[in-house]
Structures are given as C-alpha cells and as structure tokens.
Ligand binder design. Structure first.
Ligand SMILES: Nc1ncnc2c1ncn2[C@@H]1O[C@H](COP(=O)(O)OP(=O)(O)OP(=O)(O)O)[C@@H](O)[C@H]1O
Length: 349
C-alpha cells in the first residue's frame, strides 16, 4: 500500500482554481520533490496534504486512510504528518530539548528522555539539548526542526523549501544528511523546491508543476532523459534544439547531417520536429577542416561549455577539452543516445 495517495485533487482560493486534478502516489520511504517555478501551486499541494488547505475535488490518503475528500477532513494535528519549514519555526523561549519534544505525547519521563537522546544523536546534536535556538548556527537550528518533526514518529514528512536559507556551501552536505536520516527511518517525504539541483540531490522522484498541473512525474533520470515536453526538458537543464526531419525509424536529417538514434523513433517518416540535445550529448574535436566553429567559451571547472556554430545553427556543447579558442574550427559529433524529438505541430507558437 502506498504511504501517500493523491487522487484527482483540485483546490481553489475563493473559487480561483489553483490545483487541477492532481494524481501522485508515494511508496513507504520514498522522497518526492514537487518542483516548479514560483506560483505554480507546490506549496498549496503541501498545505493540502498537511490539512492546512481544503480540497474541492478528489482525495488525499495516507496508508489508505482518507484525510481529505469523500466527505472527510481530518485535522492537521491528527494526520501523522511532520513539517519542516524554510524558517525552522523553532520556539525561541524553549530549549533545544523542549523544542524537540514539543509535539511528543503519551510517553513517561524516562521514555521522553530516551526519545530526546535518540533524536539528538540522529541529528548530530548530542549534548546540545539545553541550549536555546539563538545559541545555534542556522544549520544546527534546521537540524533541531528535523528532530522535532521526527520525534513524534510521523508517517510522512513535508518539507517546504527547507534549504533555501542555508549557506550554499553547507546546503549540499545538509541535504544529504537529512536524506540519510529519512532513509534510515524509512520515512516518506514530500519536498517543495524550485531548484532542479536540490530536487536531484534530495528526491527519488520528481513531480514537475506547471500552473497547477503536474505535467510529468517519475524518476529524475526518466524525466531528464525522456521529457514529454520542452517545458520539462528546459526546466531540468540546458537544452539545444535542432530542426530535423524524420526519415526512418532510426534516422533524422538535420543541419549536422544524417543522425542515428540509439532507439526507435515514435514518429512517422516525414515528420518535422526539434531534436533535443543536451550539451554533453555532443562532442568536439580539433579539426582545421571541421564544419563547426567555436564562437564562445565558458570555463566551468571540470568542463568547458562552448557556443558552437555549424550551418547557421548555434549549439551549446560541453567538452572536457579546455583549450578551444573562439574562431577555431572543430568537428562536432552527436554522441549516440536514444533521441527525443518534439513534433513541431505540438509546439507553442
Ligand atoms: N491564501 C491565498 N489566497 C489566494 N491566493 C493564493 C493564496 N496562497 C497562494 N495563492 C495563489 O496560489 C498560487 C499558487 O501558490 P503557491 O504558494 O502554491 O505556489 P508555489 O509554487 O509554492 O510558489 P513559491 O515557489 O513562490 O512558493 C499563486 O498564484 C498564489 O498567488
């Protein structure tokens, strides 16, 4: 049985529909990122799961129990859901220990003490239970909020942009730490972010939003390699599009010549479309007779990104070769991979 099941969920503010018939399921221990630009409805869905926002259609269930919908609305505090917010939301006048145990009910003194010590150890704050929030760093405060959310053993953890206030240098490490804690406890989680990089690091699955719709969801690798639309492709990384005509099951005609896909194309011969090419799906070789020309160069540490022109088409290409100079002739090849071609007929005009 899935931990979280969102079926056909719509939600509105004063009759203005924000979420449109969303479907999403989450297995025990899975982490999903709700990903999308500002204002697309991610937080509204998180609030609906938490019971802080009503729904107008569909249902939300945890472990098969209806929380919202079908005539039922379970109060937020009875949902078995832990929440971690961007601003930590710790009580400043309570110690770390009291913050962590705030929502824990039904344990005797000894059990509470044991629970607290377990939590402090889990989030690597052993010995700091007597401190106040202002005596901790931002990262430590965020760990207290995680410990507090985990202390009452939620079925599901909801995280609303929890890393956006954390220094970029420690953010990555912190994301991995929190992910490890959730995985260790086998707690399912829903994580809101507008950053694909955070989503890739933290989540197992992505649900990509566009104006209140989930336009595609699944494993991050699947969305990256097989996006259903240019919106999804563009959101998940740098893209190039090459105008092509499908000439057979495997072959395309393009300004770079005939290209061969590593898997069968679903388009009929004669279809005009746009071939998606990521910067790393092309390779460059020094060649004074090459048809491509380096236009610009950007150093990115482990690779260089080059703007390259061939037959009037500009392409962004990633290369481990660092020393191509603007103006230099090179040979550009498309690295073998299963092609993704967006049909021109389906593109927005
Ligand atoms: N209380 C409210 N009353 C009316 N409209 C609201 C309310 N809260 C949010 N909205 C609207 O609902 C839409 C979705 O907002 P939501 O906060 O879910 O977006 P989001 O994807 O989480 O954005 P962000 O990344 O900026 O937090 C927006 O158009 C927003 O203006």
């Amino acid at each position: 049985m899935s931990t979280l099941s969102i079926s056909n969920v719509s939600s509105d503010y004063q009759g203005h529909v924000i979420l449109h018939q969303l479907n999403l399921t989450l297995q025990q221990g899975e982490i999903v990122a709700l990903l999308g630009p500002s204002g697309c409805g991610k937080t509204t869905l998180l609030k609906a799961i938490a019971g802080l926002q009503g729904i107008s259609q569909g249902s939300i269930k945890i472990n098969g129990q209806v929380l919202s919908g079908e005539g039922v609305f379970i109060a937020s505090e009875q949902r078995g859901v832990g929440m971690i917010f961007q601003d930590y939301a710790l009580f400043p006048h309570l110690t770390v220990g009291d913050n962590i145990l705030f929502g824990v009910k039904g344990l005797n003194k000894l059990e509470r003490q044991t629970r607290l010590e377990d939590m402090l150890e889990l989030v690597k704050l052993t010995g700091l239970g007597g401190r106040y929030p202002h005596e901790l760093s931002g990262g430590q405060q965020q760990r207290v909020s995680i410990a507090r959310a985990l202390a009452y053993e939620p079925e599901l953890m909801l995280l609303d942009e929890p890393f956006s206030n954390i220094d970029a240098q420690v953010r990555h490490e912190m994301m991995l730490e929190i992910r490890a804690i959730l995985k260790q406890r086998n707690v399912s989680a829903v994580f809101v972010t507008h950053s694909k990089d955070e989503a890739f690091v933290f989540a197992d699955k992505l649900a990509l939003f566009e104006q209140g719709h989930i336009v595609q969801h699944g494993a991050a690798e699947t969305l990256y390699a097989n996006p259903h639309s240019r919106y999804v492709a563009d959101f998940l990384g740098t893209t190039n599009y090459l105008p092509v005509t499908v000439s057979s099951d495997l072959l395309l005609e393009s300004p770079l010549g005939v290209l061969t896909s590593a898997s069968l194309l679903p388009h009929v011969a004669g279809t005009h479309g746009q071939l998606l090419l990521r910067p790393q799906q092309m390779a460059l070789q020094a060649d004074t007779q090459g048809q491509a020309k380096i236009i610009d160069r950007r150093f990115l540490g482990t690779v260089c990104h080059y703007k390259v022109n061939q037959n009037g088409v500009d392409l962004e290409v990633s290369s481990p070769v660092m020393n191509f100079e603007p103006g230099q002739r090179v040979q550009l090849t498309v690295v073998g991979h299963p092609f993704v071609v967006f049909n021109d007929a389906n593109l927005p005009t």
